[in-house]
Design a protein around this ligand. Structure first.
Ligand SMILES: Cc1cc2nc3c(=O)[nH]c(=O)nc-3n(C[C@H](O)[C@H](O)[C@H](O)COP(=O)(O)OP(=O)(O)OC[C@H]3O[C@@H](n4cnc5c(N)ncnc54)[C@H](O)[C@@H]3O)c2cc1C
Length: 493
C-alpha cells in the first residue's frame, strides 16, 4: 500500500536529538522533513538550549580530538593535559556509573559512534571549543581535563541550539513552532502514519512515511515525577525547559511502545538553592554548583550525607542532586575555605556566598543546626589533611576514621575566610524511556518494531541508571538522532 504523505519524515521536538535527526534525514535523501516544536520560537530548543554543550567523546589519539577543535592547539597547556579516552574507557565509565545496568546494545552504539558523530557535526559546520570552565583545572600551567569530557559546542547550549537550527533551515527542513504533537496516527496495518498536532488554530493531522520522536523526557511534569520518581521529586526545581512533559512517551506508550530503562531514576545536580523553578534562558546551566569535591556539604541538621570526594565532579554530580533533594527541606550548604576558593567553577560567581572569618560565625549565619554543624566540621578537620592535595585527579587524600569518609581532596577546612553556598537538587532529565533497536526504531510490547516510529535523545530508555557520566546526554542525542534520521529517510512502506 502506498501512503500519500504530506511529509516524508516528521520530527517531533527541536532539541539536539531532534535536529540531528532532521538533518540526517535530509542528508539521507528525505525531501520533505518537518520539525514540530511545541514551544514558541523564543523558547525553542528544549534542554539543549540550557545545556553546557559538553560532549563526551571516545578517541584513541590526541590528534583525533584536535580535529574537532583545531584552534585549541595554540591554547597554552591544552594539548599537554589531554589523555586519550578509548572506547573501552567510555564503556567502563558507563558501566561504573550505571552499576552495570546500561543497555549493552545501545551503550555500544553510543560509545562506538561518539567520535564519528561529533566529526559529522563538525563536517556540517557545528563548531566545538575546549570546555575549559567545566571540570577542567589548571595544575602547574597544564590544564587537567576530565577524561573524555574535553570539548563543548561553541557558546555552549545556546550556541549548539542556534547552530542546529541554522543548519536544518539551510538544508530546507521546515520548522513549525507552537505545534505540539498530541497523538500518533495509526494505519489499520499498525503502521504509524503521522501525528495529530495542537496549534493556536486548533487540531490538525499531519501525515508522513515516518515519525521520529525527539521530544524529551518527563522531567518538567510534576505529576509524572511524583508517579515515577516518588517524593520529594514533585517539588524539584527543573534545570531546563518547562516543555518536556512526557508527551512523546505518553503518545508512544498509547500505541504499544515498550517502556525501557530506569523509570524511577533521573539526572539531577546540585544547583543554587535560589534558582528559579524552571531553567532561566540567560543563566542556562550557571546555577550548577559542582565544586563540592574541594569542600564539604552539610544538611540543615549540620551533618554530611555523601562522600563529596568519591570521584571527579562529572562522575558524581548527576546523583548528588538527588542526595541533596532528599535532605530535610531539600537543601544543603557547600562549605569551602580560602585554600580552595580559586578552584571553584566560575559559575559560583552567579550568586553571593555567606562569608565569615570563623567557622562558628559561618554556621551562625546560615540556617543550620549550629552545634552539630560545628562538631561535624571539627571532626572532619581532625580526620582530614593526610596526603598530597592534587585537584587535577583523584589524589587519594582521604579522611581517616570517619564513618562517612571523604575519599579524595580531603584538606582541612581551616583557612579563613570561610564560604557557604546554599544548594538544592535540580532535575535535569528523566532516565526512563522507550526501547529502541540499533536503527532507533521504537520497539513494541510485542518485542517487534512499531513500523514507521523512531525515537532519539532523552526518549531513549536503558542507557542511564542511578548515575551518569557528564557530557553523555548530548552525545547520545546526536548519535541516536543521526541514526533515527537516516533510518527514517530509508523507511519505505
Ligand atoms: C541546565 C542543563 C545543562 C546541561 N548540560 C549538559 C551538557 O553540558 N552536556 C550534556 O551532554 N548534557 C547536558 N544536559 C542534558 C542535555 O541538555 C539533554 O540530555 C539533551 O539536551 C536532550 O536533548 P533532546 O533533544 O533529547 O531533548 P531537548 O533538548 O529537551 O528537546 C526536547 C524538545 O521537544 C519539544 N517538545 C516537547 N514536547 C513536545 C510535543 N508534544 N510536541 C512538539 N515538541 C515537543 C521541546 O520543546 C524541545 O524542543 C544539560 C541539561 C540541562 C537542563
Amino acid at each position: 500500500m502506498t501512503i500519500v504523505a504530506a511529509f516524508e519524515v516528521i520530527v517531533v521536538g527541536a532539541g539536539n536529538a531532534a535536529l540531528a535527526a532532521a538533518v540526517a534525514a535530509r542528508q539521507a535523501g528525505a525531501q520533505r522533513v518537518v520539525v514540530l516544536e511545541k514551544a514558541p520560537e523564543e523558547l525553542r530548543g528544549g534542554n539543549t538550549h540550557y545545556s553546557g554543550g559538553l560532549f563526551r567523546i571516545a578517541f584513541d589519539r590526541v590528534e583525533e580530538l584536535l580535529r574537532l577543535v583545531p584552534a585549541a592547539r595554540e591554547l597554552p597547556g591544552f594539548v599537554e593535559g589531554i589523555e586519550p579516552y578509548p572506547r573501552d574507557a567510555f564503556m567502563s565509565d558507563l558501566q561504573r556509573m550505571t552499576a552495570g545496568r546500561t543497555d549493552p546494545e545501545l551503550s555500544a552504539l553510543l560509545v562506538n559512534e561518539s567520535y564519528a558523530t561529533a566529526s559529522w557535526m563538525a563536517a556540517n559546520g557545528l563548531r566545538f571549543e575546549p570546555a575549559i570552565s567545566l571540570g577542567a583545572v589548571k595544575v602547574g600551567g597544564v590544564i587537567k581535563w576530565p577524561k573524555g569530557a574535553i570539548v563543548r559546542a561553541v557558546h555552549e547550549g545556546v550556541g549548539l541550539s542556534r547552530m542546529w537550527f541554522a543548519l536544518a533551515q539551510r538544508l530546507g527542513v521546515e520548522i513549525r513552532y507552537r505545534t505540539a504533537a498530541v497523538r500518533l496516527l495509526e494505519e489499520r496495518s499498525g503502521r504509524i502514519r503521522g501525528v495529530t498536532v495542537r496549534t493556536p488554530e486548533g487540531f490538525e493531522d499531519l501525515e508522513a512515511r515516518a515519525v521520529i520522536l525527539g521530544c524529551g523526557g518527563f522531567e518538567a511534569n510534576a505529576a509524572w515525577r511524583a508517579q515515577y520518581l516518588g517524593r520529594p521529586w514533585d517539588h524539584a526545581k527543573v534545570r531546563g525547559t518547562p516543555h518536556n512533559q512526557g508527551d512523546g512517551l505518553r503518545m508512544a506508550l498509547a500505541v504499544g511502545a515498550m517502556p525501557w530503562g530506569q523509570w524511577s531514576g533521573c539526572h539531577a545536580t546540585p544547583i543554587n538553592a535560589a534558582a528559579p523553578p524552571f531553567g532561566d534562558r540567560k543563566l542556562t546551566d550557571k546555577t550548577n554548583r559542582l565544586s563540592y569535591l574541594y569542600g564539604v556539604m552539610l544538611n540543615r541538621q549540620g551533618l554530611r550525607f555523601v562522600d563529596e570526594g568519591e570521584d571527579q565532579a562529572l562522575f558524581t554530580y548527576a546523583k548528588f542532586g538527588g542526595a541533596i533533594l532528599n535532605q530535610p527541606g531539600g537543601v544543603a550548604w557547600q562549605i569551602f575555605d580560602a585554600k580552595t576558593v580559586d578552584l571553584l567553577e566560575p559559575r559560583y560567581n552567579t550568586s553571593a556566598p555567606v562569608i565569615a572569618d570563623h567557622l562558628a560565625d559561618l554556621v551562625r549565619a546560615i540556617a543550620i543546626d549550629e552545634p552539630t554543624a560545628l562538631q561535624t566540621l571539627h571532626e572532619f578537620n581532625a580526620a582530614a589533611g593526610h596526603g598530597h592535595f592534587n585537584p587535577g585527579e583523584r589524589d587519594g587524600m582521604a579522611t581517616r576514621g570517619l564513618a562517612l569518609p571523604k575519599s579524595n581532596w580531603a584538606q582541612k577546612i581551616d583557612t579563613p575566610p570561610f564560604r557557604a553556598y546554599p544548594v538544592t537538587g535540580g532535575i535535569t532529565f528523566s532516565f526512563g524511556g522507550l526501547k529502541v533497536n540499533e536503527r532507533a526504531q521504537v520497539i513494541g510490547t510485542n518485542w517487534e518494531p512499531l513500523p514507521g516510529l523512531y525515537a532519539c535523545g532523552e526518549m531513549v530508555g536503558g542507557l542511564f541508571h542511578h548515575n551518569y557520566p557528564g557530557g553523555s546526554g548530548l552525545m547520545s542525542g546526536a548519535v541516536f538522532g543521526r541514526i533515527a534520521g537516516t533510518s527514517a529517510a530509508h523507511d519505505r512502506v
